[in-house]
Design a protein around this ligand. Sequence first.
Ligand SMILES: Cc1cc2nc3c(=O)[nH]c(=O)nc-3n(C[C@H](O)[C@H](O)[C@H](O)COP(=O)(O)OP(=O)(O)OC[C@H]3O[C@@H](n4cnc5c(N)ncnc54)[C@H](O)[C@@H]3O)c2cc1C
Length: 548
Amino acid sequence: MPANSCELLVIGGGGAGMAAALAGADAGADVLVVEKSQKLGGTYAFSSGLVWVPANRSAREAGIEDSIDLARHHINNLNGGKSVPEVLEAYLQRGPETLDFLAEHGVPLDWIPRYPDYYAEQPGGLMEGRYLSSPVFDGARELPAEWRERAEFSPYYTDVPASWPEIQAWGGYGLISEWDWKLLEERKQRGVVGWGGATTGYMMAACLRTGRIRFQLGTKLLELDKDASGRVVGATVSIDGGGPEHIAARAGVVLAAGGYDHNPEMQRQFDPHPNATPFSNPSVDGSGIAAGMNAGGSFANIMGQLMSPVYVLPREDQAGNIVGNVAGREPSFPGSFVVNRAGRRFADDSFYRVLVSGMVRFDTKSCQFENLPCWMVFDEEWKATYRLGHVKPGEAPSWMPRAGNAAQLASKIGVDAAGLEETLRTFNAGAADGRDDEFGRGSMAWARNNGDRRIKPNPCVRPLSGTLYAVELKLGTMGTLSGLAVDEHARVLRADGSPIEGLYTCGQSMSAIVEGYWYNSGTSNGRALIFGGIGARHALGAGREVTA
Ligand SMILES: Cc1cc2nc3c(=O)[nH]c(=O)nc-3n(C[C@H](O)[C@H](O)[C@H](O)COP(=O)(O)OP(=O)(O)OC[C@H]3O[C@@H](n4cnc5c(N)ncnc54)[C@H](O)[C@@H]3O)c2cc1C
């Protein structure tokens, strides 16, 4: 088979691309995956690796009761009417079988005990059973030697080669200092990884085992090629920065090139919020979505970026623009809260999505982002107990602002002193009883799961005392929610709703029209795995209709 021709062409070798490739190979096709970077895994490998799939077999076998009807009810109650019903249905119906298919190919995803939905308390929400993740991955054992260096792993989580069920068994994120660090260190020395990099590692090994999937690294999609009828029949690519070359795809092209998080111009143009600092794989630059739009694909704006508060800490041993971490869980730890420049809190800061909604609020009277910049304020005990990126419990580097009282800390970080003093007083009064009457810290099970269960009655709330510290929280992105419009077969749609024949998309190249305004971590990875498979099979005529 010449390198410039294949049956199924997959653009992008992240989670979505490898899911599409595996499904294509399973359907008997010869599959070519072109990947822009020199590694496989994409941002998926950077991720926490959580996948959210209702009514999955793994949880059912452990006795968890769930159903697709219950999940549909849950989502439709929370999505602001913005999910596309057929696409949501495809996600729900095809999710469980996608997991079974991956397991058959040696990509394990196991349910995570006691890990609640984001909105577990809402109708149809569950306290456990819908989150899954992979066991840790040992590349030295699972991958052929020549591929080991080509597996992407997270720059944030290589310190934590643990599985989520292990973390939950060790008491959850809030008990991070109590985890089995001896075991983790031993795994780290052997190059064992966890979370998203574990799943993409297993996927890579599975793809290689099929013998039907070729990976062409260092190959960037420039544009999609069409025939006279408008059908997508291949792609124009650049190999190692060289001149344009054509690749013919007899059955179709699956665009799995991620979002546009590393493209500030696309962020500025499309996103309904300030530009966010990308914490995703630098190779994800929007070129896939742009090629899809140039081929006639319609763009669906669902909230712009997958935002998270992030902190960027001084660290001499890290290069490039990755010098911090997403702060999805740290604000849930007790002994902390988040304030704006007025020294005032503005959100339930124990749940990062609510926090981020507050961070991007634009006051149309002052015409200012009223809550940017903002700071997480935490106390001595917090510092002694929890990790902040690479800063371990008990470490307090000299660059970290600190003071003996609120007014002094406020002056160090440029916050209104009277405001911060008043906030501390009000917060501490309720916190003594575990209450946060103003914003309800710890009122959601998801946040409590991130909290410190040794702190009672509320694992996210206790009064702050002693030396106070602060770290600025910035607006970051973990990927893109907006993207190309698709139908339930993962076909890219034109603005008039008609499908572009031969062109499919999945993962972060497709918009989050499964979720609408609702989001649950794990659905982004879920869209990658589920719609990767749906698109590949439909292109090869091996798909099936979804009926509600
Ligand atoms: C810190 C962090 C934590 C996260 N945690 C979670 C989580 O727990 N659960 C969850 O659901 N989501 C999470 N996410 C989001 C998650 O990473 C995405 O869901 C996931 O990456 C989507 O996979 P994908 O295959 O669509 O995109 P990617 O994994 O980004 O893959 C896209 C691939 O396409 C390649 N590419 C780009 N442009 C081109 C081109 N022009 N030509 C060829 N190749 C190209 C890229 O190099 C990349 O390899 C997290 C993200 C971050 C950053």
